[in-house]
Ligand binder design. Structure first.
Ligand code: PMP
Length: 390
């Protein structure tokens, strides 16, 4: 029996660039001590206070079907958060609660792209993006963001790819680069969306992890609220990756249609998870800072180590839980360096090529091991690069 072309073709064929990751996992399974700096997951677990709130809700009976759009209290909490942080008046009618940011990315594109529509995304990109765009029948088209522009998507780069495109997917703070878009970049994004009549899908799941600069949502710019869908999540901000709770914020009519989509797909998010999210958001900045503190600390540790040498370059690190290292002085590809590093020093990093061709010759380091192990790993990476550079 033939499966649909849509599902068989989801990854677009070819290697997914995750070979080093799988190899490292296999080594760990075989009992080898590997320092894993690969995936974006905290080394702390969900805060006990959030788990207590989850437990109170579940034992209090909130285990049945929850309202499909999300509970009123969580939609209100998300709306209040967005209003407070962006100044754009937002109500629960602008909010759909989703099972995580990933499903929000899928639903957002489902809402704005028809079969065969061109959907833009910025390269380097979060690994699932092209597949997510294909899964709704859209045709992914990359906007190369170059290392010489610190991986910021410039207006001219976007405009060069915008003809006939229906949507533009942007992500700041950025995974994999750790870059926070500047005001000029966000203004360029808004201008391109207005001039080429595109929807903007703004992936803001790292919005609480800003180490330098300011997070500016494209939704705040003139003429953008009616054409922007903001994707948010509790995964990164509150170390709730396994709870699968996120949201889409956008125009009311889009949200109304997305609720219909949710009725026919996810049928909502568990009520006790949503109650835990309401609790967590209610704890405000203090809890977000507690969750983000290890990354802020390790970024400073990493910057100090990298400042003492000039073989390994550091892409301006301003946000999220990653550092992007420029390994081009070794004359190896990111993949080549990552493989040698794993084989020689049992340190696993992600090749830049896993995130698109613009990040070739780079590796992404997740700041997700304790401070000492992180410092040791970075020093080893630097020493190894010095040793093997031609
Ligand atoms: N967007 C980006 C940029 C991410 O890095 C991730 C997770 N790594 C997601 C979206 C999805 O996160 P979640 O589904 O856990 O909310």
């Amino acid at each position: 029996m033939n499966m649909s072309k849509r599902i068989v073709g989801l990854t677009g064929g070819g290697s997914d660039g995750w070979d080093v990751f799988y190899k490292a996992r296999k080594m760990v399974d075989d009992g080898v001590a590997v320092t894993e700096l690969t995936i974006g997951e905290h080394d702390i677990r969900t805060d006990q206070s959030i788990l207590d709130a989850m437990h109170r809700s579940a034992s209090g009976g909130h285990t049945g079907y929850a309202m499909v759009p999300g509970t009123d209290s969580l939609r209100d909490a998300v709306a209040a958060r967005l209003t407070a942080r962006t100044g754009v008046h937002t109500t629960r009618n602008n909010v759909l609660i989703t099972p995580g940011g990933q499903s929000a990315l899928f639903a957002s594109h489902h809402a704005v792209c028809d079969e065969g529509d061109v959907a833009l995304y910025c390269d380097p990109y979060y690994a699932t993006y092209p597949g997510t765009l294909r899964s709704v029948g859209a045709v992914p088209r990359a906007v190369p963001c170059l290392p010489e522009n610190a991986f910021q998507p410039a207006f001219a780069d976007i405009a060069a790819k915008s003809s006939g495109a229906k949507s533009l997917l942007v992500n700041s703070p950025n995974n994999p680069t750790g870059v926070v878009y500047t005001r000029e970049t966000v203004e360029g994004i808004a201008r391109a969306c207005r001039e080429y009549d595109m929807w903007c899908i703004s992936d803001e799941v790292y919005d609480t992890q800003v180490w330098e600069g300011t997070h500016i949502s494209p939704r705040t710019l003139e003429g953008m609220a009616e054409r922007t869908l903001v994707v948010g999540s509790m995964s990164k901000s509150h170390a709730m990756t396994g709870s699968r709770v996120g949201w889409i914020v956008g125009p009311k009519d889009v949200i109304a249609n997305l609720i219909t989509l949710a009725t026919h797909t996810t049928y909502g998010v568990p009520g006790y998870i949503q109650d835990a999210a309401v609790f967590a958001l209610g704890e405000g900045l203090a809890l977000e800072e507690k969750v983000g503190a290890p990354f802020r600390r390790r970024r400073a540790i990493g910057q100090a180590i990298l400042a003492e040498q000039n073989v390994v370059g550091l892409v301006p690190s301003s946000g999220a839980m990653y550092m992007m290292l420029d390994m081009r002085a070794t004359e190896l590809t990111g993949e080549g360096f990552a493989e040698k590093l794993l084989d020689t020093h049992k340190i696993a990093v992600m090749p830049g090529e896993s995130f698109g061709s613009s990040a070739a010759g780079h590796v992404r380091v997740a700041m997700t091991v304790d401070d000492d192990a992180f410092a040791t790993a970075l020093k080893t990476i630097v020493d190894f690069a010095k040793e093997i550079q031609p």
